[in-house]
Design a protein around this ligand. Structure first.
Ligand code: FES
Length: 585
């Protein structure tokens, strides 16, 4: 055991490390440290343990979050890695958000989780932190919080779930959840079959097995340089995932020793690399909102038009559902992000630094050699010639809107039709299945009031179900428009994130049944074919009531949440000083 130093001489200072960091304020720093040590020794720690670099481990295990169901094993492996490298692991809890267990929607809680993460990183003594997340909103929330806290931070992904098998067909959450539910709504399968497939869609703990938001954010975290190389894709229940966890713990200690803070990794180049990744994986539309929020925490504004230009020269290479055929376990077997990044090399900033202290280019040089596989395509034989996501503009969305073109019906990408309008989610639920609904297959479904303030929380309700009477006729897709989001596992010709949203009086608020709307993905246009004077008259006739609340988190949320083009973050959480725009293209 090491000999104790003079407790009167141990005060707080800017360079303090380990248990000396961020002392509780009693007006006597020596006493604060004395007291802290007394309490942690109550848990059985020795002085020599307490002299090591302290590595916090953000534990987001929860009975309400099966996507994080391997948390105990991951923490054990991280702790092993930390101790092998000479650090002291200390786990602590934060909020966890399980996508299908959060009402009104998980997005309503993402910023709260980011604040919890940021403040716990600030408040508790740690020299570096391992952030363990996986389910859709958790990785964005952790990266947002860590970006603001400024410590050395490394992301560990929980990993994807295994696929299941239904009557001979491989299935996985949640593209197949939606596909089978669509079949059930259209009376193509019966109650027995929908019950049977329900047992197979989620075959193990872990995150959704397609290129949904969770997988997208895992790939983006690696593209940002925030995970160990290869950290995005090993499935949750594999030994490879546990080795990633051990390695993450070890790297966290190196980061603490070298003070490799998050600002050295989350640079403009890192965000541009992450955007390339998003486009090339045919990733979730939600990731644009999350990346915008993370970038905002670092002082970067996302230029949607420049992102669209980047998309025109970044093909979709990854053949995963919902844009393609395979699942995350196949992406992993094909070499995962290493294979993809190698293919994207000419489009990337290879000098961007990663958590290992080496650059992205150096890591690719060190990686195992390429091999034949059919999940990640070469750039000259893409799944889709452009990036998965296109940015639309027009009088219906002056602040922009997006469409996942790689998962849309090519026949509907140039389309003009009659608007069939739903004023809210409740209105949609009341009428969408009515036989009396005046709707045809070439109409455009419009859903209002599901934006950041509208629902509130911008729920994933933009995947508007097809009217039952059309589904029964065999209609598989229609143009659908809203100010909401959709799950990264969904597919269809769906225009999302219309900005400004209807709840604050954006043009979407004034669309009426029978109006003509034009979508041209080629021209990047979304237009309401109604004269400006008529829209102004409607706005005067029916002004919107902007939502507000009397108290609590809902009051904070509604008063401060920003629009989709600003990341749906709270306005007071963005960096105090802006440093530029990304991408620069
Ligand atoms: Fe958690 Fe899909 S529900 S990742």
């Amino acid at each position: 055991m090491s000999s104790p130093s003079d407790p009167k001489k141990t005060g707080a200072d800017d360079q303090a490390a380990g248990m000396r960091k961020g002392l509780t304020n009693y007006g006597d720093a020596g006493f604060s440290l004395f007291l802290r040590k007394a309490f942690i020794k109550g848990a059985g720690y020795t002085d020599s343990a307490l002299d090591r670099p302290v590595i916090g481990i953000a534990d987001t295990g929860s009975g309400y979050n099966p996507c994080h169901g391997n948390m105990p094993q991951l923490i054990e492996a991280v702790q092993r890695g930390v101790m092998l490298a000479g650090g002291l692991p200390v786990k602590f809890p934060t909020i966890s958000i399980g996508e299908s267990f959060a009402a009104p929607t998980s997005m309503y809680l993402r910023n709260l989780m980011s604040m919890d993460t940021e403040e716990m990183l600030r408040a508790q003594p740690m020299d570096a932190v391992v952030l363990i997340g996986g389910c859709d909103k958790t990785v964005p929330a952790q990266l947002m919080g860590a970006a603001s806290a400024g410590l050395p931070a490394i992301q560990l992904i929980t990993g994807s779930m295994l696929t299941g098998s239904h009557r001979g067909e491989t299935v996985g959450a949640c593209t197949d959840c939606r596909r089978y539910w669509g079949k059930y709504r259209a009376d193509e399968i019966d109650a027995q079959e929908i019950a049977d497939v329900n047992n197979q869609l989620v075959a193990s703990v872990g995150t959704c097995s397609v290129m949904g938001t969770a997988s997208t954010m895992a790939c983006i975290a690696e593209g940002l340089g925030m995970t160990v190389p290869g950290g995005a894709s090993p499935p949750a229940v594999t030994s490879a995932r546990m080795r990633v966890a051990e390695q993450t713990g070890t790297v966290a200690v190196q980061m603490a020793k070298t003070r490799l803070t998050v600002d050295k990794i989350l640079t403009a180049k890192a965000f541009e690399n992450a955007m390339r990744v998003l486009l090339a994986i045919g990733g979730s539309t939600n990731a644009i909102v999350h990346l915008t929020a993370i970038a905002g925490r670092m002082g970067f504004e996302v230029d949607l038009k420049a992102l669209d230009r980047m998309g025109r020269e970044t093909p979709v290479l990854v053949d995963l559902k919902p844009s393609g055929r395979h699942y995350m376990e196949h992406f992993d077997a094909a070499g995962g992000m290493t294979t993809l990044l190698r293919e994207l090399k000419p489009l990337l900033h290879l000098d961007a630094l990663t958590v290992t202290g080496r650059t992205l280019g150096e890591e690719l040089e060190r990686a195992s050699p390429p091999f034949r596989q059919d999940v990640i395509r070469p750039r000259d034989n893409p799944i889709y010639p452009q990036g998965g996501i296109a940015v639309l503009q027009g009088n219906l969305a002056p602040g922009g809107a997006i469409i996942k073109q790689s998962a849309a019906d090519p026949r509907l990408m140039e389309h003009e039709g009659r608007a069939v309008v739903f004023d809210s989610l409740a209105d949609l639920a009341d009428r969408i299945d009515s036989d009396d609904l005046d709707v045809r297959a070439d109409d455009i479904l419009v859903l209002k009031n599901i934006g950041p303030k509208g629902a509130p929380g911008m729920p994933e309700a933009g995947y508007i179900p097809l009217p039952r009477k059309l589904a029964r006729q065999g209609v598989k897709d229609m143009v659908r428009i809203s100010d909401g989001r959709m799950s990264g596992t969904a597919f269809g010709t769906i225009v999302l994130h219309v900005t400004p949203e209807s709840a604050i009086g954006g043009p979407l608020a004034h669309v009426r049944n029978g109006d003509r709307i034009r979508l041209s993905v080629d021209k990047r246009e979304i237009s309401l074919l109604v004269p400006d004077a008529e829209l102004a008259r409607r706005a005067r006739e029916q002004p919107v009531q902007v939502p507000s609340a009397e108290r609590g988190f809902r009051k904070l949320f509604l008063a401060t949440v920003t629009q989709a083009d600003k990341g749906v973050d709270f306005d007071f959480l963005a960096a105090a000083q802006m440093r530029g725009t990304v991408p620069k293209a």
